[in-house]
Design a binder for this molecule. Structure first.
Ligand SMILES: CC(C)(COP(=O)(O)OP(=O)(O)OC[C@H]1O[C@@H](n2cnc3c(N)ncnc32)[C@H](O)[C@@H]1OP(=O)(O)O)[C@@H](O)C(=O)NCCC(=O)NCCS
Length: 322
């Protein structure tokens, strides 16, 4: 894994084909899809060894691809991976170091990054994972399947929740406006919800959020939040909502997206990088599910069925009489 971090040098040229204001997710869909044109020795999906190689390549190169997408959009030179660093530290190095200065990865930040990667690695049959499985079930090229997963994750209903949470914190803007937004979240006639609170599956608490909160506290202690109004609002909103009986009664707790957004903001990532970081983490889950499916003897192409619920009989009307 550690020795496959570099991208084919020719692939760096793909980046310059994108506008510099392209969303990093758009770049990732394109570059990961393009890997299918570069690594022909690992695309025979009937060969378990080639599947293994494709999987290692995918997981090893994804941080490089995401970091290069980031560097491209901010106009800084690409930073090559360092194989003496661990996975999370190497990603931070590729995102934040510049040739002009020495960059030391802080162990607290790298630990928080590692936790974000680990907690987002897999979450059973969510939309993007099912997309990867469905694409892979036809025998498609492994890199193309992961590109399909990235495309699906891009949507705000899936990978975009931590971004939505940060946007909400920015909209709140200052600590004194928190009661107003809490009141709106409780108002039945107002569609506003507190982003980063509640979960469809975890009704008591989101176990991932517990771990993320610990990291958020460590990172905020390290970096300080005095100069960052978004982080000040986040801390105070968490406190006020947890004390409010409305949220306690409905079992609404901050979820993993609430804390991961805060950590990434504190680390200095722009919100446009939140979903690419999710994609890079989820690659581990996507590729594992893809491998598991193909290793199953007699696996078949996925074929969801459709139930027609429209009219059963409609009279034909001539075009000139419509
Ligand atoms: C995640 C979410 C979609 C789960 O929804 P759900 O399981 O369908 O729960 P419901 O929508 O049935 O909500 C149950 C009750 O809590 C309220 N509620 C749920 N989430 C809320 C929130 N974030 N803010 C305010 N009220 C909320 C609902 O209004 C509902 O109230 P009611 O019983 O009086 O009608 C929902 O909590 C939400 O929209 N959260 C914000 C978005 C978010 O953070 N998403 C990332 C999830 S990892």
């Amino acid at each position: 894994m550690t020795r496959h971090t570099m991208l084919h040098e020719q692939m760096a040229k793909f980046y310059s084909g994108f506008r510099r204001d392209a969303h990093p997710m758009a770049i990732m869909v394109g570059v990961v899809g393009a890997m299918s044109a570069f690594y022909h020795d690992s695309t025979d999906i009937a060969d378990p060894w080639q599947r293994e190689v494709a999987s290692i390549r995918m997981i090893a190169k994804m941080p490089t691809i995401a970091a290069m997408a980031y560097k491209y959009t901010i106009g800084q030179p690409f930073v090559y991976p360092r194989n003496d660093l661990d996975y999370a530290s190497n990603f931070l190095h590729m995102c934040f170091s510049v040739p002009a200065e020495t960059y030391e990865v802080n162990p607290i930040l790298s630990r928080a990054m590692d936790r974000i990667f680990t907690l987002h690695a897999d979450h059973e049959q969510n939309a993007s994972t099912s997309t990867v499985r469905l694409a892979g079930s036809s025998g498609a090229n492994p890199f193309a399947c992961i590109a399909a997963g990235i495309a699906c994750l891009w949507g705000p209903a899936h990978g975009g929740a931590n971004q939505a949470c940060l946007e909400m914190l920015k909209e709140i803007g200052s600590v004194d406006r928190i009661p107003e937004f809490i009141a709106r979240a409780k108002d039945k006639n107002d569609p506003f919800r507190l982003m980063g609170f509640g979960h469809r599956v975890y009704k008591n608490f989101d176990p991932r959020a517990k771990v993320m909160k610990q990291s958020a506290d460590e990172v905020l202690d390290l970096l300080g939040i005095e100069d960052n109004p978004v982080l000040q609002v986040a801390k105070e909103l968490e406190r006020q909502a947890l004390e409010d009986p409305y949220f306690a009664d409905k079992k609404l707790f901050p979820n993993v997206d609430f804390y991961s957004g805060i950590i990434l903001e504190a680390m200095g990532f722009p919100t446009s990088m939140f979903t690419p970081i999710f994609a890079l983490s989820r690659t581990v889950g996507w590729i594992s599910q893809w491998k598991e499916m193909l290793a199953e003897p007699g696996h078949k192409i996925g074929r969801p069925r459709q139930l027609y619920t429209g009219e059963t009989l409609r009279d034909y009307v001539d075009v000139e009489n419509r």
